[in-house]
Design a protein around this ligand. Structure first.
Ligand code: IMP
Length: 440
């Protein structure tokens, strides 16, 4: 700390929410920097479940600054629903700040996301259909509507008209949809503006002030490295950069404000949506991991594809992020297997061995995983709180991963509960606060 980035090191769903929540306790602010409500996490606190899609989980701590940065795309209807749900459960949401430069997901983005997928038929990406891709496309095309536009009726109307004009053809099937009526849409979004106004701010300046005062800021990534639009398995990716580098741009700070980069990986691999997944498991073993790990999407409820830990992809993610530490979540899910396998390289269709992630998508599509077998363990890990509580085979597994990735393991997840984690010495050292207190 003071600037610590949390990023997904796989295809998303690594359990970043819980890790951010744990770190938020020791931090002063949490900022989201990319993605939108395609993300989602469930936090279990004292037996109570919280589901969040847009608002950083730090909101559950009174007085903590929570920021939705300029790099996020916001569906204001979803954001307001989330705010209302928190207020209804007596959570103080006054610390939330929303970047005036963040782009808004509009009703036509939702329709175009679904229509685009339908058109692709069997080639579809499997998006979350939350309008993420079309919104980022409008941002790049300079046709986006931003949070600040909600505060000016004339500008809002003009910008909506300009944004819809080039989409006339693709929106024709929805021409009678009342949600797309210009007047209705403007009124609806102005209402959102009134509701959100108290939270809108120059969040880049706010971040600078916090960091300048030496406060601890957690940059909360969504999705994961392999879904990155530049470096992931394009086109089966999301439309933003879920990498540490994007934390700066998406929050409006400079690279020197980042001190630590923690990559989060499950002890195995999952992916939702289509696209290559070299270490994917089918049949019983894949199903066993899905059931034991409860691998069904928080946002869409879709069953996740499952596989052994892919160290080729994880090393790639470590490099892309300059990961300073690795967090391994859901280690408990692997209890009970006699042998555990990990993918250490890929074998190409023509026999070549790939230790690094192949740069050509066609090669990737035809690779098979080269697996290394490690000892399994039978013990339940739910009560383990120190490394020495873990069975020897589980420690060997962690050491193997850490050596392969070239980053120390700071934190290990051994169950869904907040307290079901193991802090290693490396993790504690990062967090020792101004008052010298480290996590218990
Ligand atoms: P989009 O982000 O909705 O456009 O979806 C693009 C791809 O990213 C699809 O394969 C989604 O399943 C995947 N994706 C988006 N958000 C998440 C996430 O939070 N976890 C896992 N996969 C995601």
């Amino acid at each position: 700390m003071p600037g610590i980035v949390i990023v997904g090191a796989q295809w998303g769903d690594e359990g970043k929410g819980k890790i951010t929540d744990l770190l938020a306790e020791h931090g002063d602010a949490v900022v989201r920097f990319q993605g939108g409500n395609n993300a989602g996490h469930t936090i279990v606190r004292e037996g109570v479940e919280w589901k969040l899609h847009l608002i950083p989980s730090g909101i559950l701590y009174p007085g903590k600054r929570c920021v939705i940065g300029n790099g996020v795309v916001i569906d204001p209807r979803v954001l307001i629903e989330e705010l209302d749900a928190l207020r209804a459960r007596r959570v103080d949401v006054s610390g939330l700040r929303i970047s005036s430069n963040a782009h808004l997901i509009m009703p036509y983005h939702l329709l175009l996301d679904s229509a685009g997928e339908a058109k692709l038929g069997s080639l579809q990406i499997g998006t979350t259909r939350r309008g993420i891709g079309p919104c980022y496309a409008d941002k790049a095309a300079r046709l986006g509507i931003r949070v600040q536009d909600l505060l000016d009726e004339k500008i809002l109307k003009k910008k909506i008209m300009a944004a819809m004009e080039p989409k006339r053809l693709s929106l024709r099937p929805f021409e009678k949809d009342p949600k797309l009526d210009l007047h209705t849409m403007t009124e609806e979004y102005l209402t959102y503006g009134h509701r959100l106004e108290q939270h809108i701010a120059d969040t880049s300046r706010l971040m600078w002030e916090l960091l300048d005062r030496g406060e601890k800021v957690i940059f909360e990534g969504a999705q994961g490295a392999m879904l990155d639009i530049d470096h992931g398995t394009y086109p089966f990716v999301t439309s933003s950069n879920p990498l540490a580098g994007a934390a700066c741009v998406g929050a409006g700070v400079g690279p020197k404000n980042i001190d630590e980069i923690w990559g989060i990986s499950k002890a195995y691999t999952t992916r939702v949506g289509a696209g290559p997944f070299p270490s994917e498991l089918h049949e019983e073993m894949g199903e066993a991991i899905r059931q034991r790990g409860g691998e069904f999407g928080t946002t869409t409820g879709r069953p996740r594809r499952t596989g052994w830990l892919d160290l080729v992809a994880l090393r790639y993610a470590a490099r892309l992020n300059t990961m300073t530490a690795l967090v391994v979540t859901k280690l408990d899910v692997l209890s009970g297997f006699d042998r555990i396998q990990v993918c250490t390289s890929y074998r190409g269709a023509e026999g070549a061995q790939f230790d690094d992630f192949p740069y050509h998508q066609t090669v990737l599509h035809h690779t098979t995983p080269e697996l290394t077998e490690l000892r399994g363990w039978k013990e339940d890990l739910g009560e383990c709180r120190t490394l020495s509580d873990l069975p020897e085979a589980a420690r060997e597994y962690l050491l193997f991963i850490s050596e392969q990735v070239g980053a120390p393991v700071t934190l290990i997840g051994v169950g869904p509960g907040r307290e079901q984690v193991i802090w290693t010495d490396a993790g504690r050292e990062t967090l020792i606060g101004r008052n010298g207190s480290a996590p218990a």
